[in-house]
Design a protein around this ligand. Sequence first.
Ligand code: HEM
Length: 294
Amino acid sequence: MRVPWLDRHGRFLPLKAVVLLLGAIPGILFGYWWIAGDLGGRAVNDVIHASGLWAMRFLLVALAITPFARLLDWSRLLTVRRMVGVTAAAYAILHLLLYVVEQKFALLVVVTEIYTRFYLTIGFVALVGLIALTATSTDAWIRWMGKSWKRLHRLVYPIAVLALWHYALQSKANVSEAVFAAGLFVWLMLWRALPETWRRSVLAYPPLAVAACLLTMGIEFGWYGIASGVDPWRVLGANLSVAFGLRPAHWVFIVTACVAAVFTLRRFVPSKRAVSVNVVRSSGPTRVRTASGS
Ligand code: HEM
C-alpha cells in the first residue's frame, strides 16, 4: 500500500504531507491534553465536542476545495480533496467512538439513544453517509462505478446539511456557530449554482457575499422562529445593526467578502503554474480523485 505523501514513483508530495499533518494536529493536541489531564472533569465530553467540530470543519473545507482551486488557479489543490474528506470522516468516526466511551460502552444505550433522539439520529445518518463516501473513494471504486461514482458522491451535500442540522440542534440556546457554518455552506452552494461564466468573473463575488449574508440572516431568523422561544424579529433586528456585536451573518459576509477580495487580487497576479482546472476536471474522475464529490 502506498503512503499518501509519496506518489507512485516514490516522489515526495509536500502539499499532501502538509495537509495530512494539519489534519492530524487537532487529534494529537486533544489527545495530548486529555492524557496530560488538562481537560478537567468533563474530558470525554470536551473531546466529543472537539471531534464533532473538527469533523464539521474538515467537511466544509473538503467542499471548499473545488471553488478555491478555481479561484486561485491552483489545480493541484484538487489532489488533497479526498484526503480532507477522509479526515472529516475519521473525526466523525472518532466522535461516535468517544460517545460510546461516554456511555461506558453500553452499546444498547447508545443504539437506543441514537434511535430515540432526533439530533443523534440525523448525526448517525450523516456519519453512515460519510463512511460510505470514504469507502468508495479508492481508485478501484472510481473505476468500477464509472459515471455513477460522481452521482453517489454528490450525496456529500445532503450529508453536510444533516451534519449542520445535528450541529444546530445540539447547540441548544445559542446556535450562532452552527448558523455561521451553515452560512459558509450556503456560499459554497451558491457558488455551485453559478453559471460557469459568472464563476470566472470577479464581479459575481461581491453579490455572492451579500446573498450568502442575507440567506444566513434568513436561516437564523427561521431557526429562532421555529425551534426556540426567542423572538425571531429581535434576532433580525440584531442582524440589521452591529450595536450588539457581530451576528453570524456579518461574519459570513466578512469571510466571503475576503474571498472576493483575494480572487480579485489573484486576477492581477498571473501564475506560472496556472493550469486550468477545467482541463483537469474534463479528464474525468480517474485523474482527479475525490472523497467529497466535485
Ligand atoms: C452516530 C453519529 C453521531 C453521534 C452519536 C453524535 C453525538 C454527538 C453528541 C453527544 C454531541 C454533544 C451534544 C451535547 O453535549 O449536548 C455532538 C455534538 C456535535 N456533533 Fe455529533 N454525533 C454524531 C455524528 C456527527 C457528525 C457526522 C458530525 C459532523 C460531520 C457531527 C458534528 C457535531 C458537532 C459540530 C457538534 C457540536 C460540537 C460543539 O459545538 O462543541 N456529529 N454530537
